[in-house]
Structure formats: structure tokens, C-alpha cells
Ligand binder design. Structure first.
Ligand SMILES: C[S@@+](CC[C@H](N)C(=O)[O-])C[C@H]1O[C@@H](n2cnc3c(N)ncnc32)[C@H](O)[C@@H]1O
Length: 301
């Protein structure tokens, strides 16, 4: 069972502490989708957000795509996440949420080949075997025009404090911190920015993929002439206190707490080391956080 399905997982904290995705990602996605959907603008259209969690991307898509889709559905295997998503949806009557799994998606779609867009934000690394998910997507999407969009993020870094990169790396990976408490192989798949989740060109076309990393960002700052354009640059300004809350949304932080009961200690040690290394920082200091990102887009054949 994924940590996100545990009854003790704090879906509310997840909901407020995780980053929202940038508008540029949604604009890019819509432009991609509309390239093959110009003539369909007046007929009913349907979007499914798989692995929707508390509705992080789903609610943002309602805001950005409200004139483009008549109805939206968020599905997730976690009941606590779906409950939180339902609570978070205070304003969109055409949005609903359901407990359902990515590899049985066609069971929640009333009609085969009737879905216009399927999104999977920060969850495709859990969909195993990935080929089964793709087959389900293919069954659901409209042929030729239906869009699949997958994206993910990982490895936060404090943009202006490269000297803290190692501490962040160790918090995530060290054996005596959260390293062994991530569920595999999902975590490694995400660390590799979804390299293993290949979109099958036999059943999809117009496949696009782009990664953007902290190295790209720092290179862009020091050398704007070589700027790597990506619609998915994920940054968030937050206090270190907010960042602390964000750490508590990691599945490995929840797992370590379940197994050893000392997540508070691990997190406290991490901040002690931060303050030791950069004494000017306090829990109230605001930092700019950037995550490595990847997105993949494709259309059903
Ligand atoms: C890291 S959360 C991402 C939530 C949200 N999409 C976001 O962008 O923040 C991953 C979610 O995927 C869900 N999940 C994991 N495996 C799944 C599967 N096979 N089918 C559907 N949802 C799944 C988990 O329950 C969890 O809510």
C-alpha cells in the first residue's frame, strides 16, 4: 500500500504544502491539445486527472481550462486523498472525484474513447507496469485527438544556497535519514525524471518530453544567452518553516515515522545543520526553492 493511502497520512498538510504548477505549463499543455482539437470546441469535452491526490493539479486545471472542458474527474487509489480533494472543491460543480486506480481507468469511463485529456501529475512513477497504464489510457482517449500529459518533480534545492545542496541530497537519500523509506522502484523512476516510463510510439504519436533541472536554472542565471526554455520551471518562495511542513508531506517521512517514530528528530537535525552552515538563516527566512522537473505529452493514435 502506498503511504498516501494510509489512514494516518496528512492529506490536508499535503494539500497546503506542496507546490502548485506554473501557469506556463497549463498554457503549453492547452496549446498542444488545441492543435488537434480546433473543430471540437463546441462539443462536450472531458478531462481525467489520474493520481489526483487532494486535487492539486485538478483544481488548477478547473481554473485554467474552465472554458475548454465541460467536465473533469479526479481519480486516486487513496480514500484520504479523495476525501481531501472533495473538501477542497468548493466552487466547481462539473468536477468530481472518485477512488480508482490508474491501471483500471477504463472502468470509470462510461464510454470507450470518450476522454479528451488524461493528466497524471507527480504520480506516473507509481503506475506499474507503466505499459498497462498506457493501454488503459489508449482505451479511454479519443483516437487522434486525445491528449496524455504526465509530469513530475523531485529533488528540491535552495536556489541561492548551493552550499546547502549536499544537506538536501543527504536528507533524501542517506541511509540514516529518509533514503531507505521511499517506496521503490517508484522513487528511483522519479529521480531519473521518468526515463523508465516510456510512452509507447506504437499507440501514441506527437510524443514530447522535456526535463529542466537545477543545473539548467543556475546555468541560465549565469549565462542568459544559453537560456533553456521550458514551460515547466517549478519554483516556490517559502519560509524554512513552510519547507519543514513540505518535508512532512514526503511519503518517506511518513514511513519513517511509522517504522521508527523519529521523523521529528531527522527533520530537527537537518535544520540544525542548515543553521550551522548558513548562520544568517532562521526558520522565518524566505528561500527560493526549485525542483527538477519533467513533462511528457502524447496523443493517442
Ligand atoms: C505525490 S501524489 C500526487 C498528487 C497530485 N497529482 C499532485 O500533483 O500533487 C501521488 C498520488 O498518486 C496516487 N496513486 C499512487 N498509485 C496510484 C494508482 N495506481 N492509481 C491511482 N492513483 C495512484 C497516490 O495515492 C497519491 O495521491
Amino acid at each position: 500500500m502506498s503511504e498516501f493511502s494510509s489512514k494516518t497520512f496528512n492529506a490536508k498538510l499535503y494539500s497546503v504544502s506542496r507546490p502548485n504548477y506554473p501557469k506556463s505549463l497549463y498554457s503549453y499543455l492547452l496549446k498542444y491539445h488545441q492543435l488537434k482539437n480546433t473543430q471540437r470546441s463546441s462539443s462536450p469535452s472531458f478531462l481525467i486527472d489520474v493520481g489526483c491526490g487532494p486535487g492539486t493539479a485538478t483544481l488548477q486545471m478547473c481554473q485554467h481550462f474552465h472554458t475548454n472542458f465541460n467536465s473533469m474527474l479526479g481519480v486516486d487509489t487513496s480514500e484520504v486523498m479523495i476525501k481531501q480533494a472533495q473538501n477542497n472543491n468548493t466552487q466547481y460543480p462539473n468536477l468530481s472525484f472518485k477512488v480508482a486506480g490508474a491501471t483500471a481507468l477504463s472502468k470509470v469511463v462510461p464510454l470507450a474513447h470518450s476522454v479528451d485529456m488524461i493528466t497524471a501529475a507527480q504520480c506516473a512513477h507509481w503506475f506499474l507496469p507503466f505499459g498497462d497504464f498506457l493501454k488503459e489510457v489508449k482505451k479511454c482517449l479519443r483516437p487522434r485527438t486525445g491528449t496524455l500529459a504526465i509530469w513530475g518533480y523531485i529533488d528540491p534545492r535552495f536556489v541561492d544556497y548551493p552550499e546547502l545542496d549536499t544537506l538536501l541530497y543527504e536528507l533524501d537519500r542517506a541511509k540514516n535519514q529518509f533514503g531507505p523509506f521511499w517506496q521503490e522502484p517508484g522513487r528511483q523512476i522519479l529521480r531519473d525524471l521518468l526515463d523508465a516510463q516510456k510512452i509507447n510510439p506504437d499507440i501514441f504519436y506527437d510524443i514530447q518530453e522535456l526535463k529542466y533541472t537545477i543545473q539548467d536554472y543556475r546555468r541560465d542565471i549565469s549565462n542568459p544567452a544559453n537560456h533553456k526554455n521550458s514551460p515547466f520551471v517549478l519554483t516556490k518562495e517559502m519560509s524554512l518553516l513552510d519547507f519543514r511542513n513540505y518535508i512532512y508531506t514526503w511519503s518517506a517521512a511518513h514511513k519513517r515515522q511509522q517504522v521508527l517514530g523519529d521523523t521529528d528528530q531527522i527533520v530537527a537535525n537537518f535544520f540544525d545543520q542548515i543553521f550551522h552552515k548558513v548562520p544568517s538563516l532562521t526558520m522565518n527566512s524566505r528561500v527560493k526553492v526549485l525542483w527538477n522537473t519533467v513533462y511528457k505529452l502524447a496523443r493517442a493514435k
